[in-house]
Design a protein around this ligand. Structure first.
Ligand code: PMP
Length: 300
């Protein structure tokens, strides 16, 4: 298991910078008992110029607020203030390439009623590889993503991640790197912690919103495709259709852009190095470290 903190690590807890090893939360919290909290997964990078930059900080803290509102968790923080605090947490922990995890959680409450109060913790740790850099072998999960009529699927809610954990553990136990989950209709949805795109005949396709977490990286891929002049279509995608793809990739804040080798028994035949997906992967890597490249500065 990765080590997330040591005796020097500092986190931000409800207005104070405190040592991670001394921070406390309430064991009677409604969040702890029922998985009723919302969170974010954010990355900071050491940029090409050497500065520390939180990638799309505003979009992440805005989504945190939207997730809290979706779950009726009181939210009284301002995005700008939280961004400033996060840079300070990074500085106090002497981190540049980091993973940032804010969590909004509920007070002691064993009932299901709305709270008048919420709490916020911001933790940072050194970034460890999430899915790695090699092409993934992916298994179609026996688990489906939560039914959007049973959950606020667009919110990044802790409870949804029991579904992600089950799917990922199942895939790994069967010898795969990661799972692919379908939606309640059996169509392609997303990974346990990433969105999906596939490439076919020079065009990209991705599942439409409604049954997935609309990822911030997914939005960045749209921006990159726009700059590179690559067409992207959002649509319902069947498993059979996905298996006919030239190339497939997962994308997410932690996963970044990561290609697939195969889905179940189907290997994707197109050489990854020659795919548009690979170009997008490189463009993403450059974008997060603010490195200007020919690729993205050329008019499409
Ligand atoms: N789907 C799920 C279920 C996720 O957990 C994540 C990671 N947050 C994503 C998609 C990708 O979202 P983002 O690009 O905003 O990290």
């Amino acid at each position: 298991m990765a080590s997330y903190y040591n005796e020097h690590t500092v986190l931000w807890l409800n207005g104070d910078f405190v040592k991670a090893s001394e921070a406390k939360m309430d064991f009677y919290s409604q969040s702890f008992h029922y998985g009723y909290s919302v969170f974010e997964g954010i990355r900071s990078y050491k940029t090409a110029s050497g500065d520390t930059k939180i990638f799309k900080a505003e979009a992440h803290y805005d989504r945190l607020e939207q997730s809290a509102i979706a779950l009726n968790l009181p939210y009284h923080w301002k995005t700008d203030e939280l961004i400033e605090i996060t840079y300070e947490v990074l500085k106090r922990n002497n981190l540049q390439d980091a993973y940032i995890r804010p969590v909004v959680y509920a007070p002691a409450n064993m009932s299901f009623v709305v709270n008048t109060q919420s709490f916020l913790v911001i933790e940072v740790w050194e970034m460890q590889p999430f899915l790695g850099d090699k092409l993934l072998s992916v298994m179609t999960s026996s688990f489906q993503r939560p039914n959007p009529k049973g959950f606020k699927i667009h919110a990044k809610a802790a409870g949804h991640y029991v579904n992600s954990i089950l799917a990922s553990q199942e895939a790994k136990a069967a010898g795969f790197d990661e799972a692919l989950l379908t939606d309640m209709h059996g169509n392609v949805a997303e990974g346990p912690g990433a969105n999906l795109f596939y490439e076919k005949d020079g065009k990209l396709f991705t599942p439409a919103t409604g049954n997935i977490l609309p990822g911030i990286t997914r939005a960045t891929v749209f921006e990159i495709c726009d700059t590179l002049g690559i067409a992207v279509e959002e649509k319902v995608i069947t498993l059979a259709e996905l298996k006919q793809a030239d190339a497939v990739f997962y994308c997410g804040t932690a996963a970044e852009v990561i290609g697939w080798k195969k889905l179940d028994d189907t290997e994707f035949p197109f050489p990854w190095e020659e795919s548009l997906s690979r170009m997008i992967q490189l463009a993403y890597k450059n974008r997060v470290i603010e490195k200007q490249t020919q690729l993205e500065t050329e008019p499409a």
